[in-house]
Design a protein around this ligand. Structure first.
Ligand code: G6P
Length: 373
């Protein structure tokens, strides 16, 4: 009913607008009075935790892209390898699992069979399994050694939105906690990152308040596009994949998300005049060398007639100069940018689907949770 949708046209509308709350609630109650991380629910003893020398994240769909974002952060902070594996591929490749491996199963529903089978395999091999999950008491957290709940609230729309940002936050908390326990970072550094996480809800809200109209206009002008390419680098790469997935799922548009550096190794052959390409542009501040590389990718595709939609930092002069449309993010550290950059892409998919008259909450052929392998 309309009341359940909080006055919005669809659950997906409502849930995208709950992105800021999902981030805020997932941070809530995770710190002690000194500001140190205190993850009570993670009932793996500190000594076992300190010994962890590798993380393997297993997940499907949107949750796997949240895992891919977290890989960049956790490797940087904790200095241990983090692999991200689609859950259905995991056990069939005979992965290397030891008691010092932490397998992190990310799942909104906690019922995805592929992910469940992956974690069962990991436990049989003697590894520690931690679930990042949005559903209290569901199967995946019940069968794990530990759980870190995302507090995004119930997600009804089939296409995942607010759970994605909450999963990134939870995985970041896990990474920072590991860094704290292992002592791979200074306490001040951890506190600084936590502070930058805590302001993200406001920044997401800013995107919702100021960019939605521009996104809607772009979706109107692009409604007839037959296909889209999405590209990004570093943490912008999984964001591009997630943006592409949203558009496939609910607007039934053929999309491919890929790493911007890969453009010249294949996908550029697809670029024809008028082809819409969505590009996640890293910040140009500081030492971020990737900014220029992504801008050159835009120049490359523009030279071949592409229509470029950029997601870039507010005031980025290059994005403004080369892209046809720019959706802005407020300035934030690179590792925080996925939390804001995904928002216009969620809105864009929603608007595209609405423009096509589709049922955004119940896309054809898909289920909210896939309980078969
Ligand atoms: C299904 C849903 C996706 C979701 C994936 C993983 O395919 O349609 O939106 O990302 O399952 O779901 P989970 O509940 O494990 O996060």
């Amino acid at each position: 009913s309309a009341a359940q949708k909080g006055g919005w046209d669809s659950y997906m509308d409502k849930e995208i607008h709950e992105d800021p709350q999902a981030v805020a609630d997932t941070l809530l109650g995770r710190f002690d009075t000194n500001g140190d991380l205190n993850l009570d629910e993670v009932r793996i003893d500190p000594e076992t935790f300190r010994q962890i020398d590798k993380i393997i994240i297993v997940a499907c769909g949107t949750a796997s892209y949240a895992g891919l974002v977290a890989k960049y952060a956790i490797e940087h902070w904790v200095r241990i390898p983090v692999e991200v594996e689609l859950a259905h591929e995991f056990r069939y490749r005979d992965p290397i699992l030891t008691p010092r491996t932490l397998v992190v199963a990310i799942s909104q529903s906690g019922e995805t069979m592929d992910t469940l089978m992956a974690l069962r395999h990991a436990r049989e091999q003697g590894s520690q399994v931690l679930a990042i999950c949005n559903t209290q008491g569901s199967t995946i957290p019940r069968e794990s050694d530990a759980v870190l709940y995302t507090h995004a609230g119930p997600e009804i729309a089939v296409a995942s939105t607010k759970a994605f940002v909450a999963q990134i936050v939870a995985a970041y908390l896990l990474g920072l906690y590991l860094a704290q326990v292992k002592g791979t970072m200074f306490r001040d550094e951890i506190h600084q990152i936590v502070d930058s996480l805590k302001v993200m809800p406001e920044k997401i809200q800013w995107v919702l308040d100021t960019q939605a109209e521009k996104v809607a206009r772009a979706a109107t002008s692009l409604v007839d596009a037959k296909s889209f390419l999405f590209l990004g680098r570093h943490v912008g790469y999984p964001v591009a994949m997630e943006g592409a997935l949203k558009l496939k799922e609910i607007a039934y548009t053929f999309t491919e998300g890929f790493a911007a550096g890969e453009l010249k190794h294949g996908p550029i052959a697809l670029v024809e005049p008028g082809e819409p390409i969505v590009v996640i542009v890293p910040s140009s501040r500081g030492r971020d060398l990737l900014h220029n590389k992504v801008i050159s990718a835009i120049e490359e595709v523009k030279a071949r007639g592409a229509f470029v939609v950029a997601v870039a930092e507010e005031g980025d002069p290059d994005a403004e100069r080369y892209a046809d449309v720019v959706f802005y993010r407020p300035a934030c550290p690179t590792l925080m940018s996925p939390l804001v950059d995904v928002v216009p892409l969620q809105l864009f998919a929603l608007d595209m689907a609405k423009n096509k008259g589709l049922d955004v909450d119940k896309p054809r052929n898909l289920a909210k949770s896939v309980t078969v392998e």
